[in-house]
Design a protein around this ligand. Structure first.
Ligand code: CA
Length: 229
């Protein structure tokens, strides 16, 4: 049974999320401030963290960054903000995914399951293949470390998974829906914005490291990865 820690200051939301999670066979712990949340993580690392971005004593983004310095469990951000930049920053500091409030029960559960599945299933699947290369780009699947030449590219778990899929399919045009389902691992309602956010982040990081526009947008269809042009 997976244990989920929720750090959220809205008592109503905590109660409803707790009920939802327990009804879906998760064990739940809760904290209503960043201080208590960090202490709860330090006491025992959860299998997954649901982290509110707007906490009373510290910004969720800053807390996420602090937790990521020490722990690798998946972090799903809860945000009431619709601002794209907040989401990008959240993912930048190591969150794995985000859910925008108000969210549907079904969506939250699907995202939690997908996050947990990714962390447990990712390694065995690639056990026999440790390194994937495309030109100067190297993906170390065991360490989940990407580098271009000697430059390390710091990626979140989801960005790494997205890049891995793109690199394995280098040169091919990948349909948006297909890319989303493969990388996110659930076929809930296709979320076009999430994909754009992740691709934007990943593209920027790759461009910074390689000086190349490695991920091309194919309008109305999807994306294509290539380091050749
Ligand atoms: Ca809040």
């Amino acid at each position: 049974m997976s244990e989920i820690l929720i750090i959220e200051d809205d008592p109503f939301l905590i109660t409803s999320v707790r009920q939802l999670l327990e009804a879906n066979s998760f064990t739940v712990r809760e904290a209503s401030s960043a201080k208590d949340g960090y202490a709860a993580v330090a006491e025992k690392a959860p299998d997954l963290l649901l982290l509110d971005l707007g906490l009373p004593d510290e910004d969720g983004v800053s807390l996420c960054r602090r937790i990521r310095m020490k722990w690798k469990f998946p972090i799903l951000m809860l945000t009431s903000r619709t601002d794209l930049l907040d989401k990008i920053i959240g993912l930048e500091v190591g969150a794995d995914d985000y859910v925008t409030k108000p969210f549907e029960s079904r969506e939250l559960i699907a995202r939690i399951r997908a996050c947990l599945r990714r962390t447990t299933e990712y390694k065995p699947e690639d056990e026999d293949k440790e390194v994937v290369r495309s030109g100067e780009l190297t993906l170390d699947l065991r360490q989940r470390q990407a580098s271009f030449g000697d430059t390390k590219i710091v990626l979140t778990a989801l960005e790494f998974r997205l890049l891995h899929y793109l690199v394995v399919n280098a040169g091919r045009v990948l349909e948006r829906e297909q890319l989303f389902e493969t990388v996110w691992g659930y076929d809930d309602e296709f979320n076009s914005n999430s994909l754009d956010v992740f691709v934007y982040r990943l593209r920027t990081k790759l461009e910074r490291a390689s000086g190349k526009k490695a991920i091309q947008t194919v309008r109305g269809f999807g994306y294509r990865f290539s380091l050749d042009d």
